[in-house]
Design a protein around this ligand. Structure first.
Ligand code: GRF
Length: 191
């Protein structure tokens, strides 16, 4: 199975760039149909444009309600024939209607070993809890935050010397590896 990926970002876009690189190097069969940012200031916008992929800003602040914002999002994804939505640092919670519409077609990467540390500030909380391991998870998106079916995870050892910043760096490196592994898996699973 070769997907037409729609990558949704809000910030730096390192996972997004990594997926674009993987398509260019043919590590995965899928193609990036579009990169969409809900944040007009996201660094990832420039980074994606430099790679020559389609980039679209759909700024939620320009819509009076989530319904109109998501309608615009859906229409653009349909226009680009996207059949798998990859959330990669997308900081807006999608409504249950949107998730239903794109049922089993949205995956997300989260920087913890779910179900531990759902939501924000995962690394700070992991350090505070003195966990010995953390990591990252790619999961299907359902109507509850960071709660959909887990597809795969990567583990990171948390050292006594780690702080939230160092942990974040280590986990981000694993995220890049994990996202590509998951895309490969989904491509072969749905062949
Ligand atoms: C990653 O840590 C991801 O797990 C989380 O947001 C961060 C995005 O990083 N959801 P980047 O924009 O891909 O560099």
């Amino acid at each position: 199975m070769e997907y037409n990926l729609g990558i949704l970002i809000s910030g730096n876009g390192s996972n997004m760039l990594n997926i674009i690189e993987a398509t260019k190097k043919k590590l995965i069969k899928s193609k990036v149909a579009t990169v969409i940012s809900n944040n007009p200031m996201a660094l990832g916008i420039k980074r994606a444009s430099e790679k020559g992929v389609d980039v679209k800003i759909i700024n939620q602040n320009q819509y009076s309600n989530i319904f109109d914002f998501e309608n615009s999002l859906s229409n653009y994804l349909l226009k680009k024939k996207v059949d798998l939505i990859c959330l990669a640092g997308f900081m807006k919670v999608l409504s249950k209607d949107f998730v239903k519409k794109w049922n089993n077609k949205i995956i997300n990467i989260h920087p913890s070993l779910l179900p531990a540390f759902k939501g924000l500030n995962t690394h700070e909380r992991a350090i505070r809890k003195k966990v010995k391991f953390s990591g990252c998870t790619v999961h299907f998106v359902n109507k509850n935050i960071d709660s959909g079916k887990i597809i795969d995870q990567e583990l990171v050892r948390v050292l006594k010397s780690d702080d939230a910043g160092s942990l974040q760096k280590k986990i981000l490196m694993k995220e890049h590896k994990l996202y590509i592994r998951v895309l490969k898996y989904l491509e072969t699973k749905n062949e």
